[in-house]
Design a protein around this ligand. Structure first.
Ligand SMILES: CCCCCCC/C=C/C(=O)SCCNC(=O)CCNC(=O)[C@H](O)C(C)(C)COP(=O)(O)OP(=O)(O)OC[C@H]1O[C@@H](n2cnc3c(N)ncnc32)[C@H](O)[C@@H]1OP(=O)(O)O
Length: 399
């Protein structure tokens, strides 16, 4: 029941289609809402409020359930005043979440609620326009919304680019990484690097991936997810050039398990490595059920993959998951000096040697990938998994 309720909430608070309508990258600058001033105090007019409502409809990115609840509550408070309707029953999950959000505003005046609503919309609009602008850096490749992909000095750099969401991987980002790897495999670069923008390397699978239920229901969602995941991991197994992870901050979930498929892993000393699969009612992926025991031995792998042990960068190095740890202060500089030197080595020699080293295991890795995805398809339909996701969005739990 609880699991179904979680999905209902996500569905009911899903943005209107217009938020998802366009995937094209435009350097759009939304008009900034003008505040009408009366004396010293800044107040928003009804006109500003109406404009904010219209601007909200133009947003392309889903701001997430929590923000949508906040918008709902502020809107109701601004238009109807404090919540006076009876509290919905516990099982009416969606109505209860909305009622809670509205009630939490207490006796906030209509004017203040209107002001807060306009401020919130304005901040969403400007963060969306700045994230759209950031994709147009001169040497970044076009066609990516969630990544910044550049090739310089014989190095193709794929940077996960959702810093405000700790680089959580949406289904779109999975697809874009696949595309970026395919292009990097064919371009002139010698090595390929994956890193993250902002303070995180990556917070793993975007848990919203499990809340957009297609018309075929949650079974279809699980099947589609497994197909995407298997293809995604396959691209790492088969990647033909040296693949290097530059772990610029904490790493979670699938971004950690995949490290076993990289050729080198460099990390800042600020990085941590966490695979909380059992906490999430899930199971390991990224071939980690095979690579981790091989890299670090069975019991250390079990501490991570079964019991959610979060490793420091030093521990990850001691266990062989990380090649070298650098002080955060000099991380960027030192790593890139090293990588530029590697990228001057002969391209074909590196690629052929990599194939020799990785080739022995490829068949095994593909079989493991397939098994892991089969098990995950079942896990995603379990109450354990759905309750964990519901709990994350209810902000009751954080890693
Ligand atoms: C369709 C194919 C599916 C393939 C699935 C493959 C299986 C993969 C499994 C995994 O990767 S399991 C790991 C999943 N990750 C998590 O459970 C992490 C959840 N996030 C957190 O616990 C925390 O956000 C954090 C990473 C510890 C960071 O905490 P902090 O307090 O520093 O920041 P926040 O305010 O929480 O985060 C900022 C912003 O980002 C959103 N966010 C962060 N991580 C995720 C995520 N994984 N999914 C969705 N959203 C995420 C977070 O909600 C905040 O959003 P706003 O509240 O600002 O809107």
């Amino acid at each position: 029941m609880a699991a179904v309720a979680a999905f209902c909430l996500a569905r009911s608070l899903r943005p209107r289609p217009v938020w998802r309508a366009s995937r094209t990258v435009h350097a759009v600058c939304f008009p900034v809402i003008q505040l009408h001033t009366t004396g010293a105090a800044m107040r928003v007019s009804q006109e500003d409020f109406e404009k904010a409502k219209d601007q909200l409809k133009l947003l392309k990115e889903d701001p997430g359930n929590e923000v949508k609840l906040k918008l709902y509550a502020l809107f109701k408070q601004a238009t109807e005043g404090p919540c006076s309707s009876p509290k919905p029953g516990m099982l009416d999950f969606v109505k209860k979440a909305k009622w809670d959000a509205w009630s939490s505003l207490g006796s906030l005046s209509k004017d203040n609620a209107r002001q807060k609503y306009v401020d919130l919309v304005s901040s969403l609009v400007s963060s969306e326009s700045s994230s759209q602008v950031k994709d147009t850096t001169p040497d970044s490749k076009h066609g990516y919304e969630t990544l910044q992909v550049t090739t310089t000095d014989n190095i193709t750099k794929i940077m996960l680019n959702r810093p405000e969401k700790k680089n959580a991987i949406t289904t779109q980002m999975y697809r874009e990484i696949i595309q970026a790897l395919e292009e990097a495999a064919k371009d002139d670069s010698v090595i390929t690097v994956i890193t993250g923008n902002g303070d995180y390397y990556c917070s793993g699978n975007d848990l919203n991936n499990f809340t957009n239920i297609p018309s075929g229901g949650i079974e279809k969602m699980a099947k589609d997810g497994a197909v995407l995941l298997e293809n995604f991991v396959k691209h790492f197994i088969d990647f033909p050039k040296p693949l290097i992870a530059v772990v610029n901050g904490p790493a979670v979930g699938i971004s950690v398990t995949l490290l076993g498929l990289f050729d080198i892993v460099y990390a800042t000393d600020r990085a941590t490595f966490h695979t909380p699969f059992s906490e999430l009612g899930q199971s390991p992926e990224g071939c980690s059920s095979y690579t981790f025991p091989k890299i670090m031995g069975l019991s250390k792998a079990n501490e991570m993959l079964l019991f959610n042990k979060k490793l420091t960068a030093g521990e990850a190095y001691a266990q062989g998951l990380v090649t070298e740890v650098f002080p955060d202060r000099t991380f960027g500089k030192e790593v890139w000096i090293r990588l530029k030197a590697y990228a001057n080595l002969p391209k074909n020699s590196l690629a052929l040697s990599k194939q020799l080293i990785r080739g022995v295991e490829k068949e095994k890795l593909h079989a493991v990938n397939c098994q892991e995805c089969e098990l995950l398809t079942e896990r995603w339909l379990s109450d354990e998994c759905m309750n964990a996701i519901m709990s994350f969005f209810g902000k009751k739990s954080k890693l």
